[in-house]
Structure formats: structure tokens, C-alpha cells
Design a protein around this ligand. Structure first.
Ligand code: MG
Length: 346
């Protein structure tokens, strides 16, 4: 008997999401000469005449990525599109088309599906994207949504995770940690509701963080502001798994280190106050929470003044030599190694 068959099966959790992707795709190499980037960035990139196409895809599973007790289907449709467009913007591209595939169980009515597609339509209209196809099938349990987004960019404008350079400034858009804190609020309310269906959710004072969780906005505005100033970042990605995890991707793929300063990390006042009420550290939520869908990018030092002109962008640190490590600098206390404690489905 083959020795392989005697091996104890490896649990997926031992590899983690990124380890699993590396493991499963290790034998797939880039063959086509028009393929510029395969697996390993926010989008795949391939050349088509004068223009490059960008492709990204995302699968959302009920009970894993969303809970319908507190997620209106219209919001879910919007978010499912938004997170894919965010990956196109993270390459400094323009989204053009999406395909939407859904698997639905019998518990969903036509009206429910209409609500989902209302949200999809809203996102398409807002970001000038066209729905061009997909597949619809049945599911034995719950709802699955798979969206593929296709975008375009000029070759010279595309920004990868791998381009960060020593002395680059590390920048983020918007504020961080809100989506995670919003999720905590929604989970608490869902638990109360499940115990007593008469209970009305207590959501006053939580509007901002809940919106951050339920309705993230891809940062097309930031991509446009950068372009207006002629800035092409050296590296960029969107923050879906948490700042720590994303910084580590950029550093690893660019073969550099970094310093990021707690005092410069943008946190909304409601994120801060709700986190405190939940006895959670707001900075930890910002570093590890994920799902904020803000942009993380690095620019050369000489672009500092131009970047500072853009409202809603914060300079949070700098890129250094790989030998200096990847460190988080707390307000008081010693530097800490960055850890990818980000979101993992497994
Ligand atoms: Mg991404």
C-alpha cells in the first residue's frame, strides 16, 4: 500500500487559510506570457493589448461570513459586491463587470432574493459596474454567494503588494476597527434576540460601527484622489483581514520591514467608546479586527505633502529594512512584533 494512504489526514486548521492556498496551488505555475500576476495579490492581472484586466473573486457562506438574523439581504447584496470592488481598487484599477452566482435553500422566497439583488444593483449603479452573468442553483443549507469582479487598468498604474520600498510612508484610508466592533454589537443583539424573540434590538449609539460592518464602502474616492495628484503608490492592498495581517503580506512580498505607531492609527470615536464599553482594546480591534475595507498603501517619502492633502488618509508609520523586523510601536512600552491574528475562516 502506498505510504501516503497511511498518513494521518492533515486538518485544514493546521495549515490556516493562507497555508492551505499555498499548499493547494504549489504545482500551478505561470505559463501564459500575458499573465502578469497569478495567485497572491488582491487580483490576478493579465495583459490584453494596451490594457490589463484585473480579476478577483469571493465566496460568502451563510453562518460563516454572514448571519441573516442581523444582516438585511439588501445590505448583504451590496456588501458582497463592495468587497470585490475593493480588491480592484486595491490594485489601483477600475471595476467594470461582475458575475454573481448564488446557491439558495428552500427557506428563501423570491422576495428575499429580490432584496439581495436590490443591494447588488445599488452597488453596481453606485460604482458604474455591470452585471454580466452568473449561476443560480439550490443549496441543502442556507445561502452561498460567489461574486467575481473584473476590472481594468493601464499596466504602469497597477499597484501590487510587492512594491514597498525602504523609507516609504505607510498610509491608511478612513478609520479602522469599526467593522469588528460593529460585529460584536450585532452578535450580542442577535444572542439576546435568539433567547427572547420579543426583545427589540438596542442599537442607538451604535449606528456608525454597525454601518461599518453591514455596509462597507470600497474606497474609489481615495484611488481618484491619488490619481489626481499623480501618485502611484509603491504598494497597496485593501484591509479585509486586519491591519496587522495586511502589513505582514506587504512586508513579506516586498521583502521589507515596517514600524507602525499606535498613536497614528485612525480610530473613530464611536469605535473607541463602544470598544471600551465592551472591555476591548480599540487598537487591538483596529490591528486585528478586519472587514474595514480601507486601503493600506505605501508611498515614497517625497510624496508626503501631497498625500497629506488628501482628507481621510493617515500616515501611520514607515517601511524599513527587512532585518529590522515588522513592529507595532505602542503609545507606551516596548515595540511588539506584528502578528497576523486576522480573520480566518477555519
Ligand atoms: Mg484584498
Amino acid at each position: 500500500m502506498d505510504k501516503k494512504e497511511n498518513r494521518k489526514p492533515v486538518e485544514i486548521s493546521e495549515l490556516g487559510e493562507f497555508g492551505l492556498i499555498d499548499h493547494l496551488t504549489k504545482d500551478f505555475t505561470v505559463i501564459d506570457k500575458n499573465l502578469i500576476k497569478g495567485i497572491g495579490d488582491d487580483c490576478a492581472v493579465f495583459e490584453c493589448g494596451d490594457i490589463c484586466n484585473l480579476v478577483t473573486t469571493d465566496l460568502l457562506v451563510e453562518g460563516v461570513h454572514f448571519n441573516l438574523v442581523y444582516t438585511p439581504l439588501k445590505h448583504l447584496g451590496y456588501k458582497a459586491v463592495a468587497v470585490n470592488l475593493s480588491d480592484i481598487y486595491a490594485m489601483n484599477g477600475t471595476p467594470k463587470y461582475i458575475t454573481v452566482s448564488v446557491a439558495v435553500s428552500r427557506k428563501f422566497s423570491v422576495t428575499a432574493m429580490e432584496q439581495l439583488y436590490e443591494g447588488i444593483k445599488l452597488a453596481c449603479d453606485r460604482f458604474d459596474v455591470e452585471l454580466i452573468g452568473g449561476d443560480t442553483t439550490s443549496s441543502m443549507s442556507g445561502l452561498f454567494i460567489n461574486i467575481t469582479a473584473i476590472g481594468q487598468a493601464k499596466k504602469e498604474d497597477i499597484v501590487y503588494r510587492s512594491g514597498a520600498k525602504k523609507n516609504d510612508l505607510v498610509c491608511v484610508s478612513g478609520d479602522l476597527g469599526g467593522a469588528y466592533i460593529g460585529l460584536k454589537v450585532l452578535e450580542r443583539e442577535a444572542k439576546i434576540y435568539m433567547e427572547d424573540k420579543e426583545m427589540q434590538p438596542e442599537l442607538e449609539g451604535y449606528e456608525y460601527v454597525i454601518e461599518r460592518q453591514l455596509k462597507p464602502e470600497p474606497r474609489r474616492d481615495i484611488v481618484r484622489e491619488l490619481a489626481k495628484r499623480g501618485i502611484v503608490p509603491n504598494s497597496m492592498m485593501d484591509i479585509s483581514d486586519g491591519l496587522s495581517s495586511e502589513l505582514m503580506h506587504i512586508c513579506k512580498q516586498s521583502d521589507v520591514g515596517c514600524r507602525v505607531y499606535e498613536e497614528h492609527i485612525p480610530i473613530h470615536e464611536q469605535t473607541e467608546s463602544v470598544a471600551n464599553r465592551f472591555h476591548m482594546d480599540p487598537s487591538l480591534a483596529a490591528m486585528n479586527g478586519g472587514e474595514d475595507y480601507e486601503l493600506l498603501f505605501t508611498v515614497p517619502m517625497d510624496k508626503k505633502e501631497l498625500v497629506e492633502e488628501i482628507s481621510d488618509v493617515s500616515l501611520i508609520g514607515y517601511i524599513c529594512d527587512a532585518s529590522e523586523g515588522k513592529k507595532f510601536v505602542p503609545r507606551n512600552g516596548a515595540e511588539l512584533d506584528l502578528k497576523a491574528q486576522g480573520w480566518t475562516s477555519f
